[in-house]
Design a protein around this ligand. Structure first.
Ligand SMILES: [Zn+2]
Length: 377
């Protein structure tokens, strides 16, 4: 019998300590961070929001559950060959040059400390371990607790605290090593997964579904009309949401857009870019912590229906420790006990009109959502 859940984690990921307090960095860095993050308040002295406590608090919480059904697999670092499936050789060279150094990367607030590159290779390795664990049958579902996050990293660029696109490396690993033909990636982080979209926008073998706060919110991409390019046209599904969008809209997007598209696409694996920064403390959307139980429940059912229950999660954003921990807890409890009753969600209808508009637009642009289309595409 597979374990119901694997938690994929390694202490090396705490050694990524992007500068924020060092005197030579502080002015430049705080200005950029404040401009990008607006009024997001991080408790304690000002420091980089992508800090080790984000991850250590989650891991401590999972350990405190003392649940013997949770598997903790070994986590190797990714090697360059694995990263090259999602990144350019130039990007790999930049990573190699940054190993052991402290550096601000000029595109935005992304920065590295001496341990960052090894941490990033370990995070990508953790995402690949999620795939191995689920596809080899050691666990039904797996959750990689990682940092630095990945979904803003493009094939050739660092962006938005991200160095390596972990979920993209994992999807490519599933295809290259395990021979899968179709992978579904769901991104529920409040920020658009611009890096993931760009990596797969021309690739019909990866269906990318992204719920996010609409532009001009960071990173400013993810319009509903962007449905992919060339052969990949129609396999990118962007759902931009207004400020204060709440649970009902997210659930509606899952039911009206994600589920029918996934049934047509027939994924062999479902991966989730699981950011927990859609809660109200983060000032982007207004999700409740309980929403993550419902989203996980829906994905678990889809995975059971479509792909032999193969479901993997890779942590993305989330900068306030308590709501992150509570949201993760909701998610993990569903993975451990699929039949448990779900907690009540929020009842605000904010965001529902945007989801209905996106549904109409996507039905006109994406064969996966055309009601008159045949079964397979
Ligand atoms: Zn985010």
């Amino acid at each position: 019998m597979p374990a119901p859940l694997a938690i994929v984690y390694h202490d090396e990921m705490l050694e990524h300590r992007p500068p924020g307090l060092e005197p030579e960095m502080r002015d430049y860095h705080s200005r950029k961070l404040r401009a990008l993050l607006g009024e997001l308040v991080i408790s304690g002295p000002w420091k980089h929001p992508e800090r080790p406590e984000r991850l250590s608090s989650l891991v401590d919480h999972v350990r405190s559950l003392s649940d013997s059904r949770i598997l903790w697999p070994d986590v190797p670092r990714a090697d360059e060959a694995a990263l090259a499936r999602a990144h350019t050789s130039g990007h790999l060279r930049k990573l190699a040059e940054l190993r052991g150094r402290t550096r601000m990367l000029s595109l935005d607030t992304t920065a590295v400390s001496p341990g960052s590159i090894d941490a990033a290779f370990r995070a990508a390795g953790a995402a690949m371990t999620v795939v191995d664990t689920v596809l080899e049958g050691a666990a039904t579902s797996a959750f990689a607790l990682v940092r630095p996050p990945g979904h803003h990293a493009h094939a050739a660029n660092f962006r938005g605290f991200c160095l390596i696109n972990n979920v993209a490396v994992a999807a490519r690993h599933a295809q290259a090593v395990h021979g899968l033909e179709r992978v579904l990636i769901i991104d529920w982080d409040v920020h658009h997964g611009d890096g993931t979209e760009s990596i797969f926008q021309s690739d019909p073998s990866v269906l990318f579904f992204d719920l996010h706060r609409a532009a001009p919110y960071y990173p400013g991409t993810g319009a509903v009309e962007n449905v992919g390019r060339g052969r990949g046209r129609g396999t990118t599904l962007n759902i931009p949401l207004p400020e204060d969008t709440s649970d009902l809209a997210a659930l509606e997007a899952f039911d009206r857009i994600l589920a029918p598209a996934a049934r047509r696409f027939r994924p062999q694996l479902i991966l989730v870019s699981a950011g927990f920064d859609g809660t109200r403390e983060h000032l982007g959307c207004n999700y409740s912590r309980a929403l993550f139980a419902h989203l996980t429940d829906r994905l678990q059912r889809l995975a059971e229906e479509l792909c032999d229950r193969r479901l993997g999660f890779v942590l993305e954003g989330g900068y306030h420790v308590e709501p992150m921990r509570s949201s993760l807890d909701h998610c993990l409890r569903v993975l451990l006990d699929p039949d448990r009753p779900l907690p009540p969600t929020g009842t605000s209808r904010i965001g529902l009109p945007a989801v209905r508009e996106a549904t109409d637009t996507l039905r006109s642009l994406c064969p996966l959502l055309r009601e008159s289309a045949g079964g397979a595409v």
